[in-house]
Design a binder for this molecule. Structure first.
Ligand SMILES: [Zn+2]
Length: 367
């Protein structure tokens, strides 16, 4: 299908049914309010040009992509940030990119190792440099398909599909039901597509930061890949375009106080956010949900969520509760409020493990 070029002058209506989705906090819906440039739609993706030759990429819902991505063009080539959740989703991403540009994709950055950002890596051609933190490589070389985060999320899919089907069965015919039916089909396809995954690690790694030096229309366009400290995982990086004042954050910074914390270093995350706030940018492109410019508001919500969870986890531990007991004492926020119990249990167990590791159970000053 030929791309469709439009220039919107209104707020985008999300194409996913975020409110009813397990993946609510993890859905690839949203968009940029008043993107600076063109909007290109393919069968599977929506490209919002946020600066000349820089695109925020969202799924349209016809295929389950689960995370946002970014495309940065230069005079000679193209760089992609994050590869979506399955090889099938990444193949659709590459096909869509080919509709937007004929420049070759030479670099892929993984913001972190999580399945929904990195399990499309394997379909990128072998000569593509896959860049990530050393920790990201280490994790993607381990048996991630047998670990809690992947198992808890993928294991919840059949129940989710069944719940949606039940919900659809009770709905009147109409647009909303049609959208839900489309989502069910996309999710069933996704569940099958998971079987093809062969986790593929970055082949270029960094520990602190690196810069890819490029030009755009003859002007410098440096692309900075920066690790600000542990947070959402042990090896998150953000991708900063200093000249365009745009940053793609993966899951280190998400809007609405909604983030997955089951592999996090919640107490250190707050310090990492302080360092994030020292970077110079105007527009944040997050790994899920909508782009935003109200940085201090959104960081405030995220900080509140992290602090509140950490303090609740400390109290539950002090009371000697089991993780199963603890989850009902915690004030869950964001998408975790409606997440299945195994995901919540993992978040609690993770927080307690971090407390054991760092001896920081009472370190609520930083949290
Ligand atoms: Zn993540």
């Amino acid at each position: 299908m030929r791309p469709n070029y439009t220039r919107p002058n209104h707020r985008l209506v999300p194409t996913c049914l975020a409110a009813i989705s397990l993946a609510a906090g993890l859905a690839a819906c949203g968009g940029v309010e008043d993107p600076a440039g063109a909007v290109v739609e393919t069968d599977t993706h929506r490209f919002e040009e946020v600066a000349p030759g820089v695109y925020f990429i969202l799924g349209t819902g016809t295929i389950f992509v689960q995370s946002n991505a970014m495309l940065v063009l230069s005079d000679e080539d193209a760089l992609v940030v994050d590869s979506h959740v399955t090889p099938a989703a990444a193949r659709a991403l590459l096909a869509s990119i080919a509709e937007v540009t004929d420049k070759p994709v030479t670099h892929l950055v993984n913001t972190h190792y999580h399945f929904d950002h990195a399990h499309g890596n394997q379909v990128f051609p072998e000569d593509v440099a896959i860049i990530g933190h050393e920790f990201t490589r280490e994790m993607l070389m381990s048996d991630v398909l047998k670990q809690g985060t992947y198992l808890n999320f993928s294991g919840a899919i059949p129940d989710q599909i069944a719940a949606w089907k039940e919900q659809a069965g009770a709905m009147e015919d109409g647009e909303e039901k049609e959208a839900l039916m489309e989502q069910i089909v996309a999710q069933e396809d996704h569940y099958v597509a998971l079987g093809e995954t062969a986790p593929t690690p970055p082949n270029v790694t960094l520990t602190n930061r690196m810069t890819i030096h490029r030009t755009w229309e003859g002007q410098d366009r440096p692309i900075e890949v920066i690790h600000l400290g542990r947070g959402h995982t042990g090896g998150d990086v953000v991708v900063l375009l200093p000249n365009e004042r745009i940053v793609f954050t993966g899951d280190l910074v998400l809007p609405g106080g909604s983030a997955y914390i089951g592999d996090g270093y919640v107490n250190e995350w707050l310090d990492t956010l302080d360092r994030f706030q020292e970077l110079e940018f105007d527009l944040v492109l997050p790994g899920h949900n909508e782009a935003f410019r109200d940085v201090s508001t959104q960081l405030g919500l995220l900080r509140d969520m992290l602090s509140s969870f950490w303090n609740d986890a400390v109290s539950a531990r002090d009371q000697g509760l089991s993780a199963e007991e603890a989850i009902s004492t915690i004030e869950w926020q964001g998408f975790l409020a409606t997440a299945p119990d195994p995901i919540k249990i993992q978040c609690v167990e993770r927080a307690w493990a971090v407390m054991d590791e760092t001896g920081g159970s009472n370190d609520t000053d930083s949290a």
